[in-house]
Design a protein around this ligand. Structure first.
Ligand code: AMP
Length: 266
């Protein structure tokens, strides 16, 4: 089956209605993304395909979660590649709304997950989780999924979304998939494409540091990099999380402190 690209809520409802028709009790899964697909995104779509009757992948580079316009304009985009990956994974619908559809003129309603959104990443990227929470709620309202798929790679984002679902009484199951890594240990990220070969060698210290599962040892291993934070955080599961900067590129990563959450490899 070929994937169907839709850009408006009306089109999405028409298409998902058609797919869900006559399927009483059918489930709909949503994989929210910003595109530039790699094996991490693919693992989320694969899980959704295995678990849901209808799979919607949203691709929207959300301006509201970027602080600096340079970061937003540098963000890699390749819609055709993303559609090919999503189709190959068996997704039914790709929802790619325009910025003006998500943020119409006069837009002024924001979702603030106040405490969880202001620690760690929130300190270094003020307003980031306000943008994430708002766009996710909006996507949830438009797509109306039964299950939403997120990556453990962005552990704080998962906590923010979990809180949002609970606080605003949304009846959506949250599924969290393990971090997919390259063979050298670096967590897959669309921002990795922005690293020079030398910078990539330098940031391999990040997965090595986190693998110690010890904040002091991790900090020592990160010596020489610009470190925004390294901390054990009481998320579900508890993680050792860190953010580093190399040149203009900022990378985040985390490892669960518990054994049960082993990482997948690309
Ligand atoms: P993004 O397109 O960066 O917003 O990511 C979309 C989803 O993919 C988010 O839920 C991310 O946590 C998840 N994701 C990103 N990188 C990885 C990875 N290396 N492994 C697993 N999931 C990932």
């Amino acid at each position: 089956m070929t994937i169907k690209l839709v850009t408006t809520a009306a089109e999405l409802h028409a298409e998902s209605g058609r797919l869900l028709m006559h399927k009483h009790g059918a489930s709909q899964g949503l994989v929210p993304t910003m595109g530039a697909f790699h094996a991490g995104h693919r693992s989320l779509i694969d899980a959704a395909r295995a678990e849901c009757d209808v799979v919607v992948v949203s691709i929207f580079v959300n301006p509201a979660q970027f602080g600096e316009t340079t970061d937003l304009s540098a963000y890699p985009r390749d819609e055709q590649h993303d559609l090919d990956v999503a189709e190959d994974a068996g997704a039914d619908l790709a929802f790619c709304p325009a910025v003006t559809a998500m943020y119409p003129p006069g837009f002024q309603t924001w979702v603030e997950v106040s405490e969880l959104g202001s620690i760690l990443e929130g300190v270094h990227r003020p307003g980031h989780f306000r943008g994430v929470a708002t766009v996710c709620l909006k996507l949830f309202n438009v797509v109306r999924p039964d299950v939403a798929y997120f990556g453990q790679k962005d552990a704080q984002q998962v906590e923010v979304i979990r809180r949002l679902l609970e606080d605003l009484s949304l009846d959506i199951d949250l599924r969290v998939l393990p971090t997919v890594r390259d063979a050298d240990g670096l967590a897959l990220s669309s921002r990795n494409e922005l690293l020079s070969p030398e910078q990539r060698q330098l940031v391999l210290a990040l997965p090595r540091a986190l693998a110690t599962k010890d904040p002091q040892q991790a900090r020592a291993q990160l010596d020489g990099l610009e470190v925004d934070y390294v901390a054990v955080v009481p998320f579900d599961p508890p993680v050792l999380a860190a953010a580093v900067r190399v040149g203009a590129v900022r990378l985040i990563d985390n490892v669960p402190m518990e054994e049960a959450h082993e990482h997948a490899t690309a």
